[in-house]
Design a binder for this molecule. Sequence first.
Ligand code: NDP
Ligand code: 8X3
Length: 249
Amino acid sequence: MEQKRVAVVTGASSGIGLETVRLLSGAGFHVIGGARRMDRLVELSRETGMVPLGLDVRRKESVEAFVQGLPETVHVLVNNAGGALGLDPVAEMDEEMWLEMYQSNVLGTARMIRGLFPRLRHSGNGHVVNIGSVAAIETYIGGAGYTSAKHAVRALTETLRLEWLGEPVRITEIDPGLVETEFSVVRFGGDTARAKSVYSGMTPLSGRDVAEAILWAVTRPPHVNVDTILMRPLDQARVDRVHRHGGMS
Ligand code: NDP
Ligand code: 8X3
């Protein structure tokens, strides 16, 4: 019997990560999901069969312990854990928030890649999918902490593709525009009304839309490397240019 391909998804407790676990499990992958909220992971494991493992990508020791719990061979690593905090201008930057965004989006991604490289290589057909953003390519007022972190994810991804040339590991970056998840609730410190207003009068992407792109990228033939997928809602032309019923913003 053919062995299942093994996929690791970070940030599996919500949004894009959660939908990715659902789709990868449904497509026959053996999925291991990491995040801080274990209760959410356990619930998802009951639904999908995913193996739940606690993970805080901001902490080196947590990533090391997580990696210890993985099988010797991993085919797919989806670096999805991350997000934004606040929307403050550069001259009023909150150092704690910036540090946390860099820790989760940039260093967390790099830690996971470093930790999993031997397992990905061992698979003979590995794949790293980094979740960037339109914020990895564009900027907007108040977004510098997050956009600079995601720009760094982009630089890291491109560098990795140069460094791993010749290795049996594909490297993809998925860059979504507005996706309605818990992203804005987290960004605005739990202010759900403010979070809701981000998507008002327009149709955002769903976590599932992005998960479908991830599934597509990781199920191409082994010689095909999908470098980047930039995807936005039809209602969004640029990160800061959105069509809303009744006007533009
Ligand atoms: P959610 O807030 O719904 O999900 C974020 C996930 O990341 C959660 O599962 C959370 O789990 C996990 N996470 C956050 N910090 C850590 C950490 N330190 N260690 C481990 N897991 C962590 O948002 P999205 O699904 O939208 O976000 C997923 C990714 O997509 C992020 O990288 C985000 O920047 C990116 N993105 C989002 C867009 C959007 O508009 N929503 C657009 C473009 C990119 P837990 O809290 O349980 O640890
Ligand atoms: C999330 C998209 O526009 O909030 O990466 O930066 S945005």
